[in-house]
Design a protein. Structure first.
Length: 121
């Protein structure tokens, strides 16, 4: 019984550490988001890619992987989903930064909850 408790404690702390490490800026997570976003931009002529890209950019108010310049460098038109509906200006931040900030905040809560459970269990 005690061995199971210790093992659960260790796995809980290790999982929290891995979660926090991979959700923060300059983590292994960011290049994967960047590559996925660029692939979606390149394949924007396909309906599924265009819908996914629109959902991400509208949902979190971002543009491209690292900003509107991604569309220019990939020789793609800047979509309306990349623009502020009030001003018409492109969103300043890219989706890599916005998603990282979003996940960093959520993962901090999950890791904090997991550590609390570990310490009180």
């Amino acid at each position: 019984y005690i061995g199971t408790q210790v093992l659960g404690f260790i796995f809980g702390l290790a999982g929290s550490a891995v979660l926090l490490d991979n959700s923060a800026r300059d983590s292994h997570f960011q290049p994967k988001i960047r590559e996925s976003m660029r692939r979606l931009i390149i394949n924007a002529h396909h309906e599924e890619s265009r819908q996914t890209l629109a959902m991400i950019q509208e949902g979190i108010a971002c543009c491209g992987a690292d900003g509107a310049s991604d569309y220019l460098s990939l020789k793609q038109p800047l979509p309306n989903e990349c623009r502020d509906t009030v001003t018409g200006n492109p969103f300043f931040h890219g989706c890599v930064d916005e998603l990282t900030w979003f996940f960093e905040q959520k993962c901090a809560w999950v890791a904090g909850l997991a550590m609390t459970v570990c310490f009180f269990h």
